[in-house]
Design a protein. Structure first.
Length: 422
């Protein structure tokens, strides 16, 4: 990274940098943005941050994290089936009227942003386009190894594209504008994921840190096929192997009632007395990963990055209905390195999952080898690297502004209205 000049540092002290983050819809977009925000706050405590998002996960999680949040009227165009038709129609109408773009232009102008950082999701498109129209430098993060429509569009407007894996650089060159830099940073993960100890993770669930812990996470809504497969696999293992009684199982079954299949309490007491079923983890998600010896989960880009950084052996089951099939691509590096076992949705049954668990659960040497392979792929400092890139863009803009109008920096901004949204 380029060193910050003393002139720019003086500029920062009189006029704090103003940084806009945007990204939403799923945790894979929201949590990397929060990780970058955390890194920015460590590096520039005086910086003013604002998060622009939609009405999904980010509307709840971002304010809870203490960041100023402004909601935009934006929804996705994708989705399958007749039930999604009217939602897609509404979204198309919003885009045709330019509502998300107008809202983004107004928000960026009022906040007087120095840089915009997008982490994916539908909200990123209009915000990054608005930044381009206003001449505000921008950076986007592309975590999925197969970029979606929004990512392809946004790459044409930004100054820097940060990617999760080095082999994405070549793939994205065809979409990025010639002046853009494509930098393999890894996908930002939250600092607490690495700082939490195994003992702290186990304590959150009343587990013994000395016993093997299996964690299955099928998403916030849950996965019927994953839930049925785990329950069936535990029944098979428990009937023929008494060692399951010493395995701690955390089964995150999701909040959707019709998908929530769990092992009944009376049966669990006989087969696996250290079994726990929860609808969702909420704030204990990172504790679950800290406690785990083996994880069964989907193949979202953020999930893969977290597993690698923590060094967790995994059984990965990519979601077959992902928009571009990106989850299969996301898990390839871990599976090819021997850090994870791949089970496709179409092959997932109680039998197939039981076979995988039988191979891994009681083989400590194999789990240690997988853990080591995962850590070699991890990028624990990705959030810091992305934050540095964002600060580089913001400080270059501040320096240009000072060169154009010496002595005007103190008059550029009005009252400090940006730290609190409307």
């Amino acid at each position: 990274m380029k060193p910050t000049s003393s002139a720019t540092k003086q500029e920062q002290s009189s006029t704090p940098l103003r940084i806009v983050l945007c990204g939403g819809g799923t945790g894979g977009h929201v949590y990397p943005a929060l990780a970058v925000a955390e890194a920015l706050q460590r590096k520039r405590p005086s910086a003013r941050l604002l998060y622009l998002g939609g009405d999904r996960l980010e509307a709840r999680v971002v304010p809870a994290a203490g960041l100023p949040f402004r909601r935009l009227l934006v929804h996705g165009l994708t989705g399958r089936g007749f039930s999604r038709f009217f939602l897609r129609l509404r979204s198309a109408g919003e885009l045709m009227l330019g509502i998300p773009l107008i809202q983004s232009l107004l928000a960026l102008r009022r906040f007087q942003a120095d840089v915009v950082v997008g982490t994916g999701g539908y909200v990123t498109g209009p915000v990054i386009l608005a930044a381009r129209l206003l001449g505000i430098p921008s950076l986007t993060l592309v975590g999925d190894r197969t970029p979606g429509l929004t990512s392809k569009l946004v790459c044409r407007w930004v100054d820097i594209v940060a990617v999760g894996w080095s082999d994405q650089v070549r793939k994205l060159q065809q979409f990025a504008r010639p002046q853009a830099r494509i930098v393999p940073t890894g996908l930002p993960i939250r600092h607490d994921l690495l700082s939490l100890s195994r003992e702290e993770g186990a304590a959150a669930f009343g587990f013994d840190p000395n016993l093997t812990t299996l964690v299955m996470i099928g998403g916030s809504l849950g996965s019927l096929t994953m839930n049925e497969a785990l329950v069936g696999a535990l029944r098979q293992l428990g009937r023929f192997d008494s060692r399951l009684k010493l395995v701690q199982v955390l089964h995150v079954a999701g909040g959707q009632p019709d998908r929530r299949v769990v092992l009944p309490t009376t049966e669990a007491e006989q087969l696996c007395p250290r079994y726990q079923a929860l609808p969702y983890l909420d704030r204990n998600y990172l504790h679950a990963l800290a406690a785990a010896d083996l994880v069964i989960t989907r193949g979202g880009a953020s999930t893969v990055a977290e597993i690698a950084a923590r060094g967790l052996p995994a059984i990965l089951i990519p979601w077959a209905k992902a928009t571009t099939g990106e989850q299969v691509q996301n898990v390839e590096p871990l599976c090819n390195a021997g850090a994870a076992i791949l089970l496709l949705d179409r092959d997932l049954t109680p039998d197939s999952l039981a076979s995988a668990l039988r191979v891994l659960l009681w083989d400590r040497d194999r789990l240690q080898e997988m853990s080591h392979a995962a850590r070699l792929l991890g990028k624990p400092h990705a959030a810091d690297d992305v934050a540095e890139l964002a600060l580089e863009l913001a400080e270059a803009k501040a320096l240009r502004r000072t060169a154009r109008a010496p002595g005007a920096a103190g008059r550029r901004r009005g009252p400090d209205r940006g730290a609190t949204p409307d």
